[in-house]
Ligand binder design. Structure first.
Ligand SMILES: [Zn+2]
Length: 336
């Protein structure tokens, strides 16, 4: 088994000592899309001892162009990304403890999901989740690595509590809808996400092994224009998160709807709902539309929309971008 890591232990910056640190580490990967599949694969192969992968989505055909862990069989089996990722990664390195969690990272669960972690790696696709992760990580003094990619470019930076500026120092408020480019409007190519995922993975290895080379700057790459920029950012003296005010973490509210990036779908979150029995729900719905379910997800087709319901009461309503319509379908068929 020691041979497995020989090529990185003879790399003196890691060595046997670094390898031991990796095997004693616990990393949480928040989001398992294009970036998350790259970082999860790299860190599992590198022998990080324990990895939790959180993702709320199921796999679709347009994911396969850049999400390296998944295949067509996962789609045919209607597997959530977190479950498919865990299955594939366990085959790669059985000595790593891998936990796939099918969930949306939100105010009600983020602190318990990151508890005890040495590092959080960002693989999410929206600013709201990142600002929430930023709050939780600053509060619990856990470093995290931001990553984002769009079209042929991407950006990454490390957020180390008390050392670097935080994410909110750079992004004081959420970009208004329609301003931020999304994968839907601008597209994204896999070399861009691979590069950002690779840079995140390198920083993860440095942070976990206690390297002095951990990057404190912002890195920007464009793989089409062949540009690689590195620039400094400053901590904002008026940053609420850096001063201990966690607005995103403390913004507690009930049902939350989110339009999902690039999917013509709306997610409905209902943290107050009790656990859903698929068997019972399927029985209630079978006369109203087409229903099918496995242990991870129940699918219900009605009114030209498709509702995908998860055991924790979360749902994704497909074929609509209308939050009100999605909320009404949820209330009508699943119940608040
Ligand atoms: Zn800050």
């Amino acid at each position: 088994m020691t041979d497995r890591y020989s090529r990185q232990t003879i790399f003196p910056q890691i060595g046997n000592k670094g390898q031991q640190k990796l095997s004693g580490s616990f990393v949480v990967i928040a989001g398992c899309g294009a970036l998350g599949t790259v970082t999860a694969s790299a860190l599992v192969r590198a022998g990080v001892g324990r990895i939790r992968i959180i993702d709320r989505d199921f796999i679709e055909f347009h994911n396969l162009q850049r999400q390296f862990l998944f295949d067509e069989e996962d789609i045919n089996n209607q597997l959530p990304k977190a479950v498919a990722a865990q299955r594939h990664l366990e085959k790669i390195n059985s000595s790593v403890s891998i936990e796939g969690v099918v969930a949306d990272v939100n105010y009600s669960n983020v602190e318990s999901l990151i508890k005890g972690a040495n590092l959080i790696v960002d693989g999410s696709d929206n600013f709201e989740t990142r600002l929430l992760v930023n709050d939780a990580c600053l509060k619990h003094r856990i470093p995290w690595i931001y990553g984002g990619a769009i079209a042929s470019s991407g950006m990454t930076m490390n957020i180390i509590p008390d050392v670097t500026p935080c994410f909110r120092c750079r992004l004081p408020k959420l970009p208004s809808e329609g301003v931020a480019l999304t994968c839907d409007t601008a597209g994204v190519i896999s070399p861009a996400t691979m590069t950002i995922g690779a840079l995140q993975s390198a920083e993860a290895l440095k942070i976990l092994t206690g390297s002095k080379k951990v990057n404190h700057d912002v890195l920007m790459v464009d793989v089409w224009e062949d540009t690689f920029l590195k620039f400094k950012s400053r901590r904002r003296t008026d940053c609420p998160a850096c001063s201990g005010t966690y607005d995103f973490l403390d913004a507690r509210h009930g049902t939350v709807t989110t339009i999902l990036c690039g999917q013509n779908a709306v997610q409905i979150l209902n943290p107050d709902r009790k656990k859903v029995s698929f068997k019972q729900l399927a029985k209630q719905l079978e006369s109203l539309g087409r229903v099918s379910y496995n242990e991870f997800m129940l699918t219900f087709e009605v009114d030209h929309c498709e509702l995908m319901v998860f055991p924790d009461g979360r749902a994704i309503v497909k074929n609509t971008n209308d939050e009100a319509r999605a909320r009404s379908l949820y209330a009508k068929y699943i119940g608040m």
